[in-house]
Design a protein around this ligand. Structure first.
Ligand code: COA
Ligand code: AMP
Length: 630
């Protein structure tokens, strides 16, 4: 069957389609049906009983894959390479799970994981899954305040952390960040487990903190605890319009079924194959395709602690693909842009034997045609863009290599995957004609594996995603579908920006800037950046009577965002202006400001209160070199 037949088969019988896909999972008790009309947006396989860790680890050992490498840790930063077999993984995970259980962590308890790209991060995730605890991984580039916000939202019984992370040229001191976050948070975890890395041994708090190894000493390994299909497997926080991150809930069974299906259908990966997604466990790509997807499939996954360039050079991706005979590789367009900048002629690529790589997958941000064409030319394999979100957990639109490689149209992530009825709507919620730009929405129900709600926030879930277009899930992306059914993602419809493949909230940055004593009002927009796609830029109106030099306030504001949100916000650009352009009803015209900064033509908004302010914005931007010369 080709793509068309598979998509049609899903359309004709969604129940049958997903019940069939569910056969790829080992159930303790199989579900009686696929879709359950319950919860704010429906649920999947709710009455099945299943365990994620069993499916990702134990079943492969039982099937005779115990000696196969499950996780390959490639850390050019520490100059080390280390493989862990499925059998070793099973022993390590069941030991950690046993220790967690002995300290009182049970099914349904939350556990925050704050770790860098080391295999122990995946082991911690799997150990939670083994006993039915709900993990929430927090990206290492977030600062203490962001960690504290997540602690208060999901109220974890325990936090599992590492002593440090390693960025090129600097050690990220996780432990002081963890201690500060616990101090800041209202909720206090009962205990912390700290993996002491040799690069930095952290000081433990007596009675609260345990070291990774000591914690597990002499414990009885834990068996897999079956959970209901709709039991949350994890919570992953992502940026929304406001400063409060959204706790995306991932239900257990749908997650297993969808990821298992996607590994073969989308990435063409089966048991024994080698797969690598160069992302971070703190993001959804890391959850789905560093940890769970490849392990569910019985493949080898790579945990990469490094950068596409500078660790030590722009050929590091290709070296790893060669050495581990990677079959499908997944990265963000930003990473390729960084490589291309240093290796425009693909000289590094030529040094390595990449003949086992069948395709390069891109996601996380818009794949610009120049970068795609460069990769196509130098790698000589299909370059497959696919589009998805933290909320969906797997591709909404893609090119299903394991079913049929559809003709690639550069600039499009190809076609909707089975399970997704993607439509482009006008403001009134009516589908528009092919080629017409609009809001991209997905007709309900969403497929298995997608979010059924936000953690402890059903109303916010409905308001954020379901209320604008009744009967649809609103993706927050704008774009169009062409005559051939290819989807094009052009922009966000909200205040979310995408910086180096990282999803960030301008609203969250504005909240931090507004807390500076000399800032009366502010706005943050995303400006185009050649390497990172977008960069945040702040506009600051100072309080009346403030006579301090603008440069000092800007410096403090940059520091404040780094300290409050974290280095990953990459907030380094700001200007001081007298006034912000607004509509007559007081809405800040961020879109118009972004167009001015990018040097894109704009129409004077009909509702603008005072058009002269746009001239002031233009002058302020010009003073700092924007729009940049092409
Ligand atoms: N822990 C602590 N700090 C981190 C971090 C982490 N896990 N990840 C990033 N940071 C820091 C960086 O060190 C940098 O700090 P600096 O301001 O002191 O230099 C800051 O956050 C911004 O990071 P980033 O935007 O990633 O920029 P960079 O200059 O370090 O690297 C790229 C640029 C293009 C090489 C890098 O962004 C990259 O590899 N991007 C791909 C992203 C990706 O795979 N995303 C996954 C989505 S699918
Ligand atoms: P995240 O939740 O961090 O994965 O970010 C999801 C958002 O990233 C989407 O809503 C899009 O705005 C953007 N995005 C992800 N993949 C793509 C893609 N292939 N093309 C264009 N935008 C993308």
């Amino acid at each position: 069957m080709g793509y068309k037949e598979v998509y049609s088969a899903w359309q004709a019988d969604p129940e049958g389609f997903w019940m069939d896909a569910a056969k790829g999972i080992d159930w303790v008790q199989g579900p009686s049906k696929a879709h359950f009309d319950q919860g704010p947006a429906g649920e999947w396989f709710a009455d099945g009983m299943v365990n994620t860790c069993f499916n990702a680890v134990d079943r492969h050992v039982l099937a005779g894959r115990g000696d196969q490498i499950a996780i390959m840790h490639e850390s050019p930063i520490t100059h080390s390479t280390k493989g862990i077999t499925y059998k070793e993984l099973q022993a390590r995970v069941s030991s950690l799970a046993g220790a967690l259980r002995m300290r009182g962590v049970e099914k349904g308890d939350r556990v925050i994981i704050y770790m860098p790209m080391i295999p122990e991060a995946l082991e911690a995730m799997l150990a939670c899954a083994r006993i039915g605890a709900i993990h929430s991984v927090v990206f290492g580039g977030f600062a203490a305040h962001e960690l504290a916000v997540r602690i208060d939202d999901c109220t974890p019984k325990a936090i599992i952390a590492a002593s440090c992370g390693l960025e090129p040229g600097r050690v990220v001191h996780y432990k002081p960040l963890l201690d500060a976050a616990i101090d800041l948070a209202t909720h206090k975890p009962e205990f912390c487990v700290v993996f002491q890395r040799e690069q930095e041994v952290a000081k433990l708090v007596e009675g609260r903190d345990f070291s990774w190894h000591g914690f597990q000493y002499g414990v009885k390994p834990a068996e897999c605890v079956p959970v209901e299909g709709n039991h949350p497997a994890y919570i992953l926080y992502t940026s929304g319009t406001t400063g409060a991150p959204k706790g995306v809930v991932r239900p257990t069974a749908g997650h297993l079924v969808a990821l298992n299906w996607s590994m073969k259908a989308i990435y063409n990966i089966e048991a024994g194959d080698r797969f690598w997604a160069a992302s971070d466990v703190g993001w959804v790509v890391g959850h789905s395709y560093i940890c769970y997807g490849p392990l569910l499939a019985g493949a080898t996954t790579v945990v990469f602690e490094g950068k596409p360039v500078g660790t030590p050079h722009a050929g590091v991706f290709w070296r790893i693909i060669q050495n581990h005979r990677i079959k499908s590789f997944f990265t963000a367009p930003t990473a390729l842009r960084a490589i291309r900048r240093e290796d425009p002629n693909g000289d590094y690529i030529k040094r390595y034997k990449l003949h086992e790589m069948q395709a390069l997958f891109l996601a996380g941000e818009r794949a610009d045609p120049e970068t795609v064409k460069w990769a196509q030319e130098h790698l000589g394999v299909p370059v497959i863009d696919h589009w998805w979100q933290t909320e969906t957990g797997w591709a909404i639109a893609g090119n299903p290599l394991g079913i049929e490689l559809l003709p690639v149209k550069v600039g499009s992530p190809t076609k909707p995957m089975p399970g997704y009825d993607v439509q482009v709507l006008d403001e009134g919620g009516h589908p528009v004609a092919p080629g017409t730009l609009g809001a991209i929405a997905i007709k309900l129900p969403l497929p298995p594996g997608t979010l059924p709600t936000l953690w402890n926030a059903d109303d916010r879930f409905k308001k954020s995603y379901l209320s604008h277009f009744p009967g649809y899930y609103e993706t927050g992306d704008a774009g169009y579908i062409d005559e051939d059914g290819y989807v094009y993602i052009m922009a966000r419809t909200d205040d979310v920006i995408n910086v180096a493949g990282h999803r960030l909230s301008t609203g969250a940055m504005e909240e931090v800037l507004a807390s500076h004593k000399d800032v009366a009002e502010c706005a943050v927009i995303g400006v185009a950046d050649e390497l990172k796609g977008q960069l945040p830029m702040g506009f600051l109106c100072l309080t009346k009577g403030c006579t301090r030099p603008a440069a000092d306030v800007i410096k403090e504001c940059v520091r404040l965002v780094r300290d409050q949100i974290g280095p990953v916000a990459a907030f380094k650009l700001a200007v001081v202006v007298d006034r912000l352009p607004k509509t007559r009803s007081g809405k800040i015209l961020r879109g118009t400001m972004a167009k001015i900064a990018d040097g894109v033509e704009y129409k004077m908004p009909a509702t603008i209160d005072d058009p002269a302010i746009l001239d002031e914005i233009t002058a302020a931007l010009k003073a700092i070199g924007y729009p940049e010369a092409a």
